[in-house]
Design a protein around this ligand. Structure first.
Ligand code: HSE
Length: 369
């Protein structure tokens, strides 16, 4: 396998290091913005050097972001090159275009590192689908948010201090708003649901709320009630109804989710035969993520393409009712007062997310207790 690598940041560099000891797959050209010199690969800023090299059969996209990642990946596919990417924004956003294109061109397209970093999550969803119907996916999918919430909970640190640490450790996206506003998790649950349920969700109907408004006083409030806050994604398929959302969620302190530390992820599927199965590991960082990119390369050598066939477009219905912790000017029914915040009576997911849009300075978390 002769490989062109797009991007030499956290993930790209990790892939290069892991492949250095392999004979069966070689990175021959790297296209990146950094001024690096490599002993065994051409480094260029000119993407055409990779696109026009007919000896390159496989391209790894580790640039992140939508543009020019999308244009580069699409051009490589048009040129007949297989793709391995860790870019969840790319795959979730261009699912309806890249998947059919890969099928039409007979190309392999893998993206295991796009969800869960080093966890074999999407690849296990693929295996699971072979023998059962998956009814639910989701969990803790963002290492940066988990790092922030875990450090705020265990050490009582301030939000901004731990966000900076997560950035220094290479967990956060280039624009950390993508992490803390839940967009990264949103991409990951859309992608996971599409693959698990064999559909293409209407993305505009999947609501997301992030953690950027959480305060130390909220964390104290949760502790006093035996709860821990995590950013949790949910994707459910029940009786042909798809319910998918991302939101801060309060879980009991003795649950698996509550005890996920640092940059780790805990992603769960429920299957009709297996029941609950949870996958735990480092969801962000250089070598964990690069590990799954290399796993995909090995899959390519075995002829594996995408995880599931491209499925029909489906709508999302978030009429499910939950109770919520709200610190903000909530005017609806209140079940309890917690200090300066309230716990609401049952409110549907869609209704609460509409309220959050109107009240962007409020902090809201669903209560799963
Ligand atoms: N920024 C992402 C995270 C990287 O923190 O989980 C891995 O997708």
């Amino acid at each position: 396998m002769r490989i062109g690598l797009l991007g030499f940041g956290v993930v790209g560099r990790g892939v290069y290091d892991i492949l250095a000891s392999r004979e069966d797959m070689k990175i021959v050209k790297v296209c990146c913005l950094e001024d690096v010199t490599l002993p065994d690969a051409e480094v260029t800023k000119d993407f055409q050097r990779i696109l026009q090299d007919d000896t390159i059969d496989t391209v790894i996209e580790a640039m992140g972001g939508l543009h020019p990642a999308y244009e580069f990946v699409r051009a490589c596919m048009e040129a007949g090159k297989n793709i391995v990417t860790s870019n969840k924004a790319l795959v979730a956003s261009y699912y309806d275009e890249l998947l059919p294109l890969a099928a039409e061109k007979g190309l392999s397209f893998r993206c295991t590192a796009a969800v869960g970093g080093g966890i074999g999550w999407l690849s296990e969803v693929e295996r699971s689908r072979r023998v059962q119907t998956i009814t639910q996916v989701g969990g803790i999918m963002n290492g940066t948010c988990n790092y922030i919430l875990d450090n705020m909970t265990r050490k009582g640190l301030d939000y901004n201090v731990v966000l900076k640490e997560a950035q220094a450790l290479g967990y956060a996206e280039a624009n950390p708003s993508t992490d803390v506003d839940g967009i990264d998790t949103w991409h990951k649950v859309i992608l996971s649901s599409n693959i698990a349920f064999g559909v293409s969700l209407n993305r505009d109907q999947v609501p997301v709320a992030g953690i950027s408004k959480i305060a130390a006083s909220d964390v104290e409030n949760f502790k006093a009630h035996g709860l821990v806050c995590k950013l949790i994604s949910t994707g459910k398929c029940e009786n042909g109804k798809y319910s998918v959302y991302v939101q801060p969620t309060l879980v009991k302190a003795d649950t698996l989710e509550a005890n996920v530390p640092m940059n780790y992820n805990l992603i769960t599927l429920y299957g009709e035969t297996s029941g609950r199965m949870s996958f735990y590991g480092q969801g962000a960082g250089r070598y964990p993520t690069a590990y799954n990119v290399v796993q995909d390369l090995v899959d390519l050598t075995e002829g594996k393409g995408f995880y599931s066939v491209y499925g029909p477009a489906v709508d999302v219905d978030n009429s499910e009712e939950l109770t919520w912790y709200v610190r903000g000017s909530w005017q609806g029914d209140v079940a309890e007062n917690w200090g300066g915040a309230v716990v609401t009576k049952a409110v549907s997911v869609s209704e609460m997310h509409a309220w959050i849009k109107q009240n962007p300075d409020a902090f809201v978390a669903a209560i799963r207790a």
